[in-house]
Structure formats: C-alpha cells, structure tokens
Write a protein that binds this ligand. Structure first.
Ligand code: SAM
Length: 231
C-alpha cells in the first residue's frame, strides 16, 4: 500500500470524506489516506497526527516524496491535540484502532471537535463502546459500512453532531443501526464467526474447575442475541 494504492479498507474510509473537506487524520501512520485524497484532488488541506515518533517520520517522508508539504501538515501529538483552531478542520478520521481507544481519543480531545461536522471512524474491534460514546455525546450515525479484506471484517462508522435528540437501542449499539437494517453476507459472516468464537469460550468456561456461572450466563445471553439478529 502507498498513497497511490490505498487498501480496500482505507479506500472505503476515503469514500466518506466530503470533497473539499479540511481533514484531520489522527493516528495517520504513513499519512497514506490524506496523501491519497490530496493527490486525487478531493481535498486540499489535511493535518496528519501521530503520537509515536517512527510513524511520524514515515508521514513526513510520504508527504515530502509526494510533493504535498504545502497541503498536509504532519504533527507529533496525542490524539486530537494535533488539531489547531486555525486549521478549521471540519472532518476527523480515526481509523485502524480499537473502538475503546478511538472513544478515549475523542473523549480526551472533545474541545478540539468544535466546528467539526463529520467523524469518520474505523474501529477494528469495540464498536459497541464507540457507538455508546457517540450516543452519549450527541453524534448521530449517518452511515455505516462493512469492509472485508485479508480475512478481516472492518466496520466504518460515519457520525455527525445532532441538533435534535435521538436514541439507539442496545441492539443498534451492538450491531450498528444501518448494518442491522441492511444485514447482507458480510454482516452474516462477521457475526457467525463471533458466535463460533464465543461458543468456544463458553465451552472453556464450562469446563473450568469452578465455572464462572454469571459470566457464562451473560455470554449465553449475548450469543442468543446475536443468533436472533442473524435470523
Ligand atoms: N490510520 C491508519 C490506518 O487506518 O491504516 C494507521 C492505523 S495504525 C494501526 C494506528 C496508528 O495510530 C499508529 O501509528 C499509532 O501510533 C497511532 N496512535 C495510537 N494512539 C494514538 C494517539 N493517541 N494519538 C495519535 N496517534 C495514535
């Protein structure tokens, strides 16, 4: 992968960035996403944030090699601290991390989200936790997408601040309101795989010297819930 050839997952994330967006890509690693979007002419300004020195240097290299130093600003910073008021960022991407870490980055950097109109989030796991953060912070989910790549299924969640009250059920927080509505083969594959793995965990727990009854019952309930959604 490079800025000219995005992975299927990042290409799908890119599709949710509005044309002309002023984007911040937090945890950008090689800055492939902002570089690709800038090379395509879809955006003309981006901040690429990284908290670790190695990936930050990768970003600097990628930006220089593609001649994008006037359009993409690399910043070594923790989470949303990479965004400065003068950037006038309107779209924030956080991709390729766990949902709990993404929620933590959003929570700790809330003050940097003023003026941001769209969040494009791609959690690798922990989607329930991330959707719960969005709900608690009045971000309505506008779109969701499942992407299958290299034996992994990734979720993309697009959210925008909502001026009106709204709510999600436990079901919607777990599966995603749009994904639950649409279902389809990738959805089925993701959750069938989940059931298989959790049934393995259940067997292990049941065979323990002192089976943890409460956890077993919780897991049984969750598996039943997923099987219900798969019907
Ligand atoms: N976003 C890219 C993608 O989706 O392909 C890279 C994902 S990579 C697995 C996650 C990156 O997030 C790493 O480079 C890591 O250093 C960075 N990261 C983790 N926590 C961060 C934080 N609090 N602030 C900024 N970057 C962070």
């Amino acid at each position: 992968m490079d800025a000219q050839h995005l992975s299927k997952r990042l290409a799908q994330v890119a599709a949710f960035i509005p044309t002309g967006a002023r984007m911040a890509d937090i945890g950008s690693d090689h800055a492939y996403l902002p570089a690709a979007l800038t090379l395509q002419g879809k955006i003309s300004f981006a901040v690429a944030g990284e908290v670790v020195a190695g990936p930050y240097e990768n970003m600097e290299k990628e930006i220089k090699e593609n001649g994008l130093v006037n359009q993409i600003i690399p910043r070594l910073a923790d989470g949303l601290a990479a965004i400065k008021p003068q950037d006038k960022v309107d779209t924030v991407v956080i991709a390729g991390m766990g949902g709990a870490l993404i929620a933590d980055i959003l929570e700790r950097g809330k003050e940097h989200l003023k003026g941001v109109k769209r969040l494009v989030l791609q959690p690798n796991v922990g989607e329930y936790r991330l959707r719960s953060w969005l709900l608690a912070n009045h971000y309505q989910i506008m779109a969701e997408q499942l992407v299958e790549e290299d034996d992994h299924i990734y979720e993309i969640i697009v959210a925008e601040p909502s001026p009106v009250p709204f709510s999600y059920s436990y079901y919607e927080l777990m599966f995603g309101p749009f994904l639950l509505e649409k279902k389809g083969p990738i959805f089925t594959s993701k959750w069938q795989d989940y059931v298989k793995r959790q049934e393995g965990v259940l067997t292990q727990m049941a065979n323990a010297k002192q089976p943890p009854i409460d956890r077993i019952n919780q897991l049984k309930d969750r598996i039943a819930l997923v099987k219900e959604a798969l019907k």
